[in-house]
Design a protein around this ligand. Structure first.
Ligand code: SF4
Ligand code: SF4
Length: 92
């Protein structure tokens, strides 16, 4: 199990021009603008769980990104309390 970033569409202010998370994500083709919905969007299978996007989004007081656990088959785990600890993301 590892964590990936997930954008909360209702809180994302990309339509007002914010691109902070997209600029700071160190992984290529991982966080991008969904031009249809005009919100930032994480490509789950590219996300390394570094949480940089959460930090910059929170620092800008938008709080539009959360970390969510992914099971070994690559599906998002919805229930709370199943998040992997920070640092586990890189353990394969
Ligand atoms: S930093 Fe937050 S508010 Fe800004 S585009 Fe990313 S998710 Fe949206
Ligand atoms: S957790 Fe890291 S790799 Fe994943 S979307 Fe955020 S900045 Fe990119």
């Amino acid at each position: 199990m590892y964590n990936v970033a997930q954008v909360i569409d209702e809180k994302c202010v990309a339509k007002k021009g914010c691109r902070l998370c997209i600029m700071y994500c160190p992984e290529a083709n991982c966080l991008d603008l969904n031009v249809t919905k005009m919100v930032a969007e994480v490509i789950i299978n590219r996300c390394k769980g570094c949480e940089l996007c959460v930090i910059v989004c929170d620092a800008a007081k938008h709080q539009a990104i959360t970390m969510q656990a992914v099971s070994s088959d690559g599906s998002l785990m919805k229930s709370k309390g199943e998040s992997a600890a920070l640092g586990q993301a890189y353990q394969g």
